[in-house]
Every structure is written in C-alpha cells, then in structure tokens.
Design a binder for this molecule. Structure first.
Ligand code: NAP
Length: 253
C-alpha cells in the first residue's frame, strides 16, 4: 500500500460467505476492517481470522436497513478504528418466489437490505470519505441483475445497485471517491445452498450442474469475489469508477 495511514474499511454482511472472505482479504491489503453484520457475535470468526493473521478488525452488530443503527455503527467505527473510507456494501438476503406468489414482505425485505442498506451505509460513510479526500465504495450486484426466474425482487435490487453505483461515481468523484460494483455469478455460500434447497436439489449436485454451464467449468468461491473487491478498493484504482464487473467464470449472455 502506498499510503502510510492505515485506511479503515467497513464490510457489511461480513460474518460469512463473500463478506467474510472480503474482510479477510482487505485486512491482508493493510486495511483495518469493521466486520459488520446483523449479529455482532456472528462476526467473531471473521474478526478472529483477521487478528490471527496480524490484522486489525472490529465486530459491529447492525441492521443495514435501519437508519439509526447504521448511523450509530458508522460513528462507532470512526471512533474506534478511524474514519471509514473503504465501504463494501455486501449484506444480502434472498426471498425468492415466482411473481404470483411473491408477498409484499418478500419484496420489501429484499429492497430494504440490498438497496436501502447500501444507501444508508454509503450516506453515513461519505462524509468521512469527503473529509479524507479519499474513498472507495464497492456494491455487490449479481448476475441476477440481468433477470432471473423466481427473483423479481432480487433482480430489481441488484440492477438498482448498478444505477446507484454509477450515480455515486458521478457525484463523489471530485472528492477522490470511486464507486464500482462487483456482480458475482454462482459462488458457493449459504446463499446458494439456500437456493439449492428451494429448488429441491442436493447442494453438491446443484454446484455440479452450475459448473457445467460456466465456461471455466467450476463454481466460484468467496475469494474470487474478494479478489475483485481488493482491486477496486486499491490505492491505485482511483481512475476506475462507475464500473460493473461480472465475476462469473465467463461472459453472461
Ligand atoms: P450469505 O452467505 O447469505 O451472507 C450474507 C450476510 O449478510 C449474512 O451474514 C447475513 O446475516 C448478512 N445480512 C443479511 N441481512 C442483513 C442486514 N439487514 N444487516 C446486516 N447484515 C445482514 O450471502 P453471500 O452469498 O455471501 O452473498 C453476499 C452478497 O453477494 C449478497 O449481497 C448477495 O446478494 C451477493 N451475491 C451472492 C452470490 C452467490 O452466488 N453467493 C451471487 C451474486 C451476488 P445473517 O446470517 O444474520 O442473515
């Protein structure tokens, strides 16, 4: 890292899956990392992995869709670690259903966690980034942004995050802040295990079927996404902004 200041990162949904791998990776890149998730105790594993590696990490319990809690969590990070200037909006949930069966709650829950959550945490962090004259925001989109059966809510939220990302890039660029989106394909996590269960397949068979459709002939790992996030959040990535990178083992048609 070219800076002498240890930058502080927040990774939402950092207790497991892609968020945990990203938190660990950003700590290896020299960031102090706030591992933020619904349940503070659930962040312990990720924090322990980082500290065992010689890094700095803090567990923060917070529901990203709650304005007051987000505000308090970001201020706690600023007080205990320093101004958060790297933000990975990764927290996510699924409420899959075909449109005719999708409830109001299925729709609102997904919008609240993905879209409202990314909005609230970004808004709370931006003043720290503006004051510092440096910022990196990465939003987790998805290949589902292109449309996916059973995911009208999730696809809309993930496509919405792409518009949100490009708007932040335009508004905040003059303050040294970049915003980009990473759109994963199939990544092995609890989320894809949940999808396998919904469609009535064993997780191993589900992964094998997915790998057969992917050009590189394997499913993704959380570390594949962490790698892309590390690039976008790097000190030297300041001229890359407003982009959406599909990380899916091949192009998507
Ligand atoms: P995951 O294993 O289900 O982890 C998601 C994390 O987000 C969980 O720790 C969860 O906490 C947390 N979370 C949920 N609601 C929250 C809230 N309101 N406030 C704070 N934290 C909350 O998911 P993942 O597969 O790692 O996915 C991470 C991101 O990548 C998501 O945005 C997802 O949509 C996106 N993505 C994943 C894939 C994939 O194939 N896995 C593909 C494309 C995009 P709890 O455990 O307490 O619920």
């Amino acid at each position: 890292m070219s800076t002498t200041v240890q930058r502080v990162a927040i990774v939402t949904g950092g207790a497991r899956g892609i968020g945990a791998a990203t938190a660990v990776r950003l700590a290896r890149e020299g960031r102090a990392v706030a591992v933020l998730d619904l349940d503070e105790a659930a962040c312990k594993d990720t924090v322990d992995r980082i500290t065992a590696d010689g890094g700095t990490a803090l567990a923060v319990g917070c529901d990203v869709s709650d304005t007051e809690r987000v505000s308090a969590a970001v201020e706690r990070v600023a007080a205990e670690l320093g101004p958060p200037v790297v933000l990975v909006n990764n927290a996510g949930v699924l409420r899959d259903n075909l449109l005719f069966k999708m409830s109001d709650d299925d729709w609102d829950t997904v919008m609240n966690v993905h879209l409202r959550g990314a909005f609230l945490v970004s808004r709370a962090c931006q003043k720290h980034m503006v004051d510092t004259g440096f910022g990196r925001v990465v939003n987790l989109s998805s290949s589902s942004a292109l449309g996916n059966r059973g995911q009208a809510n999730y696809a809309a939220a993930k496509a919405g995050l792409q518009g949100f990302t490009k708007t932040l890039a335009k508004e905040l660029g003059k303050f040294g802040i970049t915003a980009n989106a990473v759109a994963p394909g199939f990544i092995v996590t609890d989320m894809t295990a949940q999808t396998a269960a919904r469609v009535g397949m064993g997780f191993e068979d589900f992964q094998k079927a997915a790998a057969d459709r992917i050009p590189v002939q394997r499913v993704g790992r959380p570390e594949d996404i962490a790698n892309a996030v590390a690039f976008f959040t790097g000190e030297d990535a300041g001229f890359v902004s407003g982009q959406v990178l599909y990380v899916a083992g091949g192009p998507l048609n």
